[in-house]
Design a protein around this ligand. Structure first.
Ligand code: CUA
Length: 334
């Protein structure tokens, strides 16, 4: 090693560390599929952090391992080490670098947040009261909600938190709006324009989708890992997620806020359809609903138990009505 000049050695190490770090940033395979337009933004940011982390790891661990070998105690050497204490320039240097990295990452993260619409929740020009908290009865049937909504019309509120329109889409209405309600322990998706209620989220690929999120009971959190999107569902405080899905497929929806005993089971899925498939799904669901509503009118619910009554409406919605949920809904209804 003596024959290689220090500047050359430093340069070579610097180049190798940089190349390895960049490679690691793009080949870490730690993230799931990218299925929304937000995902590349988030992942690029994450990849930069992996690169910086890899470079720091290699330099710090490299220096430790090098020192362990180079400066180890030689056989027969019983002397003390050199009394070295402090090095102001060096300390200033290794304090300044992390400070610069943190500030740069902070600025970058704000940029990503802005691109995702994080500064514009509630910016959708065309809210007209669809954003009200939904009574759980809407989960079950529109007829039920009509009967029960007479009591107290819920106030429409604009979301303060969440991801609204991105800078390019600000001022435009989303292509599809879905009201999302989290409740112990299920997600319920209501399509106000289409009059569809489902236990799974169906959306078309490549379209601007807006989720108006609320919670029935406690705080839940709506998370689709493949979309890189996560938003709390808060009782009484509507939140919003606006995004474009970019890859057809079926992805998990996970509740990621501890919300009670069955929090871990509060999962469903989002199905990203092609445009054609989505139209087909919508047709199949809207064609089914009027007959179901007519049936509801013909039946006197008091003849049945709560569970029987509710069971009929959960058919075909993909809603898993647990006994707890049924009794909860029934209690709310009376
Ligand atoms: Cu809902 Cu955890």
């Amino acid at each position: 090693m003596k024959q290689i000049p220090a500047p050359v050695l430093t340069l070579v190490i610097g180049v190798v560390v940089t190349l390895v770090s960049i490679w690691a940033g793009y080949n870490h395979h730690m993230l799931p599929d990218q299925a929304s337009a937000s995902a590349p933004l988030v992942d690029d940011f994450f990849n930069v952090m992996v690169m910086i982390g890899t470079a720091l790891f290699l330099m710090v661990e490299g220096a430790i391992v090098f020192s362990m070998i180079q400066f180890r105690r030689r056989k027969g050497d019983e002397t003390d080490g050199l009394p070295i204490e402090g090095n102001l320039p060096l300390e200033a240097f290794w304090t300044a670098i992390p400070a610069v990295i943190c500030i740069a990452l902070g600025v970058y993260s704000v940029y990503v947040f802005q691109e995702m619409g994080g500064f514009a929740p509630g910016s959708n020009a065309h809210h007209h009261g669809t954003l009200m908290a939904q009574a759980p009865q809407e989960v079950v049937t529109d007829v039920g909600s009509q009967m029960l909504a007479e009591g107290q019309p819920l106030e429409a509120k604009l979301p303060v938190y969440g991801f609204g329109a991105s800078p390019e889409e600000e001022g435009n209405a989303a292509d599809l709006e879905v009201n999302v309600t989290g409740l112990q322990f299920a997600w319920v998706f209501n399509y106000p324009k289409e009059g569809i209620t489902d236990g799974e989220l169906h959306i078309p690929v490549g379209r601007d989708v807006q989720l108006n999120i609320t919670a029935q009971d406690v705080i839940h959190s709506f998370w689709v890992p493949q979309f890189r999107l996560k938003q709390d569902a808060i009782p009484g405080a509507p939140t919003e997620l606006r995004f474009v899905a970019t890859k057809p497929g079926t992805y998990p929806i996970v509740c990621t806020e501890l919300c009670g005993a069955y929090h871990g089971a509060m999962r469903t899925q989002v199905i990203v359809h092609t445009e054609e498939d989505f139209a087909h799904w919508r047709e199949s669901r809207t064609a089914k609903d009027p007959s179901a509503a007519a049936e509801t009118v013909a039946v006197n619910p008091s003849d049945r138990t709560d569970a029987d009554y509710l069971h009929a409406y959960s058919q075909g919605t993909g809603l898993e009505l647990s006994p707890q949920l049924v009794s909860h809904l029934a209690h709310e209804a009376h």
